[in-house]
Design a protein around this ligand. Structure first.
Ligand SMILES: Nc1nc2c(c(=O)[nH]1)N[C@H]1C(S)=C(S)[C@@H](COP(=O)(O)OP(=O)(O)OC[C@H]3O[C@@H](n4cnc5c(=O)[nH]c(N)nc54)[C@H](O)[C@@H]3O)O[C@H]1N2
Ligand SMILES: Nc1nc2c(c(=O)[nH]1)N[C@H]1C(S)=C(S)[C@@H](COP(=O)(O)OP(=O)(O)OC[C@H]3O[C@@H](n4cnc5c(=O)[nH]c(N)nc54)[C@H](O)[C@@H]3O)O[C@H]1N2
Ligand code: SF4
Ligand SMILES: [Mo]
Length: 757
């Protein structure tokens, strides 16, 4: 039984999850009986520390209980606006993640050929001196821009933001931008003049109708979203789910629209048509806060539900009825923007269409609609101006590049990702930095630091990435596990996990902006070190002393906290959280506009896009169909795993050790494939993955297959995850570049089922 398959009543949605986790052994078991009934993990002198979970990028606040330098238990921090005292299964799995015996333990340098994976242990001095010398050589020869830095997970700030800007490379990128959020953020900037921000600002309190388009609460187990959804659903809110798959949240929906993959923009245009032609939109709001309504009305006049029905494989009646359900509950009715939105390459336009529906429903800045996020006030530790402006964007930063001029590095080079040429704007596109490593166009990237990014499991077109890794002059991998790409490094730096280190403060844009802290619960295991220490040690070796003007991390954190009248000690005494006031609703702006577009309105018609040669109002564009005998490859989350990083975590591996491929039951039968049979998947370019077991089910359309991401790993050092299941990344040899945001649409790959090796 999986969490997905559970029969869950409205009120017990969340508690059922916890009960299943306990049954599955994810929560600590009694190691030995306690005479007074105190569980074993509560026995002894408990030391409590505050932290931020890093088992996924959502970053719930945690309270960690340790005894004698050993972490015993992680709980949600009740004072934290994200966890509210609860954690998901992966958050609970943090103790097991830290204690994974396969962890990287010491700095290492390559002793064999690149990619072979032979290393010898070296001292930190040797490793850092080697990297520093190489970096200075590259800078001397080709300028600082010839270094690329990829980063994700919570220490990313130290490398992709601080070090990269101080060093002077505009080629710092995060997978959470162009492989995840970029279209959503750019569409929001263009339409509303603000980013969505890390925490989607759905005003759950009072929400009466939630529409989800290809985002699946339940498999995507962001803790807070699960809690909010359970409450909203328990209170009888309407739920509309558009997904080719009967996802866990679809099982709770009032309306499930099993759309033909890749046709969502047609559905959105038809919904706009119904809102306009039936006059169901919020006319006062549209008059006061939007521009371009007449042009939008003319544009959607011929986008009838009948037109969309023929494209989307939905019925005309379904389309009309759902538009009416949404409108009846406006403005407490929203389409959630979604998170992983790089699908077919035309994704910014789909997201714009989504926001146009929300705008006609009058949702932005309305109670029970979409509130406005605000960033907390916190001053950075002082340092000289950066050598290159503009951080890498990503989940929380949202510092996407939007002006016409791109910032230049110290030797006059702009980013090498093709921005302004192959795509319009947005955060640095990670996958577009790989070609320049091979071709030298527009200039050669010679060195790469990979911080907390699963390069060969997160980025499409693996053969190209391997070719780039072979061509580089310097590859540094900073990780906690011997992931596949680590074998390609010249130098491997082992980081301490989030339970063993301080980190920068979290300034979270939110309805109630807040600051959260992370402190070590226990001393670093093995010879591991935190990111801030590595970035500083490297910085001191390459002449960036002025950017690391602090001696200890406590001094750094205290100095930043002084700007909000606090300190580390005071934060500890106040549950590790500082909450500030937000400005969530239109009425908080005293008549001023919260929308920072050129017109200071929500731009239904985008002059910025028209000027750049793009459709000013979204058009539906078709995406290629699967060839005969092939299915579209869809992929997504599993409730107990994060991307490709937790498959080896003992407690989570025990819960779900391998993935399965969902195939429509009739389609499987017509191919003579049984439920549970082991098959291989082969894509349009002949790439193969598997073996993987078939889940033959009515819960997916017959033109697509679905598999949880992150399995089928090739790294032999991951003793539990190695070779289990199939890898979606292996099958994503192609992607479609979004010409607006630079996002990589990965749902354009097709697979056929192969039953023999
Ligand atoms: N095929 C496919 N590709 C995808 C996706 C997909 O669903 N399918 N999803 C996309 C999305 S939405 C996103 S956001 C990205 C995510 O992309 P990634 O962030 O690259 O995904 P993870 O697999 O979590 O990789 C995290 C890496 O950090 C390491 N790590 C974990 N903790 C630490 C730490 O404390 N310090 C350091 N230094 N390293 C650490 C892990 O071992 C791993 O190598 O992937 C994108 N790419
Ligand atoms: N457990 C867990 N939770 C996570 C994460 C994790 O790794 N593990 N990662 C977090 C991160 S960074 C992200 S970005 C989010 C991602 O979570 P989501 O944004 O929810 O995205 P996916 O997991 O990619 O889910 C894809 C869904 O879209 C459907 N779909 C596929 N094609 C189409 C289409 O053409 N149209 C429509 N309407 N639907 C389609 C699929 O069937 C699937 O249900 O999850 C977050 N939460
Ligand atoms: S959603 Fe789960 S894994 Fe992600 S930060 Fe919260 S508790 Fe950790
Ligand atoms: Mo993501």
């Amino acid at each position: 039984m999986s969490l997905v398959d559970l029969e869950i009543s409205r009120r017990t949605f969340f508690t059922a999850g916890a009960a299943t986790m306990a049954a599955a052994g994810l929560l600590p078991r009694a190691a030995h009986a306690a005479t007074d009934g105190t569980p074993w993990y509560r026995q002894g002198a408990i030391e409590t520390t505050f932290g931020v979970c890093d088992m996924c990028p959502w970053r719930c606040g945690i309270v960690v209980s340790s005894v004698n330098g050993e972490v015993r238990k992680i709980d949600g921090n009740p004072a934290d606006p994200k966890s509210r005292g609860m954690l998901c299964a992966r958050g609970q799995g943090g103790v097991s993640f830290m204690n994974d015996p396969d962890r990287l333990q010491a700095p290492m340098m390559r002793s064999g050929k690149r990619g072979e994976g032979s290393f010898e242990e070296v001292s930190w001095e040797q490793a850092l001196d080697f990297i520093a010398d190489k970096l200075l050589e590259i800078k001397e020869r080709s300028g600082p821009e010839a270094l690329a830095i990829f980063g994700h997970t919570s220490g990313e700030y130290w490398f992709t933001d601080h070090f990269s800007q101080a060093w002077g490379t505009p080629n710092a990128a995060k997978p959470s931008s162009s492989l995840c959020l970029s279209p959503r953020e750019e569409a929001a900037q263009l339409t509303l003049g603000m980013g969505v921000g890390g925490h989607e600002p759905v005003d759950w309190d009072g929400l009466r109708c939630l529409t989800l388009i290809g985002s699946h609460i339940g498999e995507d187990t962001r803790n807070t979203v699960m809690q909010d959804f359970a409450d909203m659903w328990g209170d009888g809110g309407k739920v509309i789910v558009v997904d080719p798959r009967f996802s866990s949240v679809a099982t709770k929906a009032d309306h499930w629209l099993p759309i033909k993959p890749g046709t969502d923009t047609a559905l959105l245009l038809a919904w706009l048509n119904v809102l306009v032609t039936e006059e169901l939109y919020d006319a006062d709001y549209v008059r006061g806060w939007t521009t371009g309504f007449d042009r939008l009305a003319a544009h959607v006049a011929d986008k009838s539900p009948a037109w969309a029905a023929s494209i989307t494989d939905l019925s005309e009646g379904q389309i009309i009825e759902t538009a009416r359900v949404m409108a009846e509950r406006k403005p407490q009715s929203v389409i959630m923007p979604g998170r992983h939105v790089t699908w077919y390459g035309n994704d910014t336009q789909r997201l714009r269409a989504t926001y146009l529906v929300n705008a006609l429903l009058g949702a932005y800045g309305r109670r029970g609609g979409m509130y406005f996020n605000k960033a907390p006030y916190l001053e950075e530790y002082p340092h000289p101006p950066y050598a290159v402006a503009g951080s890498a964007g990503g989940c929380s930063a949202g510092a996407a590049e939007t002006s016409d001029e791109l910032p230049l590095g110290p030797s006059g080079k702009a980013r090498a990702d093709g921005a302004r040429e192959t795509f319009l704007r947005g955060a640095t596109a990670l996958q577009e930095l790989i070609d320049p490593m091979i071709t030298g166009d527009p200039y050669r990237i010679e060195g790469l630091i990979v911080y907390g990014t699963n390069l060969l499991n997160s980025v499409p077109n693996k053969p190209r990435t391997r070719e780039a890794l072979a061509a580089l002059d310097l590859v540094v991998a900073i990780d906690v596990l011997p992931q596949e790409h680590v074998a390609w490094a010249d130098v491997v730096l082992p980081e301490s996990t989030y339970l063993e280190r301080y980190d920068t403060l979290w300034s979270v844009s939110h309805k109630t902006p807040y600051i959260a802290m992370r402190e070590p619960a226990v001393a670093p295991m093995y010879q591991t070190r935190p990111a801030w220490w590595m970035a500083r040690e490297l910085g001191l070796r390459v002449g960036l002393d002025a950017y690391f003007g602090w001696e200890t991390i406590e001094e750094y954190l205290d100095r930043e906290l002084r700007s909000v009248g606090s300190s580390l000690d005071e934060m500890r005494a106040n549950d590790g959280i500082i909450i500030q006031n937000g400005k969530p609703y239109l009425e908080d702006y005293d008549g001023a506009s919260p929308f920072h577009t050129p017109s200071e309105k929500i731009e239904l018609f985008s002059q910025q896009l028209a000027d750049a040669g793009f459709d000013p109002i979204p058009e539906y564009e078709s995406t290629p169909e699967p060839p005969r005998g092939f299915y579209r490859l869809l992929y997504g989350r599993h409730p107990v795993h994060t991307f490709a990083k937790t498959q080896n975590t003992p407690a989570l591996n025990e819960r779900y050790p391998t993935n399965e491929v969902w195939i429509n039951a009739q389609a499987a039968a017509s191919e003579g494939i049984r439920d549970g049979q082991e098959v291989w998947l082969e894509n349009q370019d002949g790439a193969r993955s598997g073996p993987i077991a078939v889940k033959a089910t009515e819960r997916i359309r017959s033109d697509a297959v679905f598999m949880p991401h992150g399995f089928g790993q090739n790294a032999p050092g991951l003793t539990r995850a190695h070779g289990k299941g199939a890898s979606d990344t292996e099958l994503q040899t192609d992607y479609a570049l979004d010409p607006i945001s630079g996002g990589a649409g990965m749902r354009i790959n097709f697979v056929k089922i192969v039953t023999e090796v």
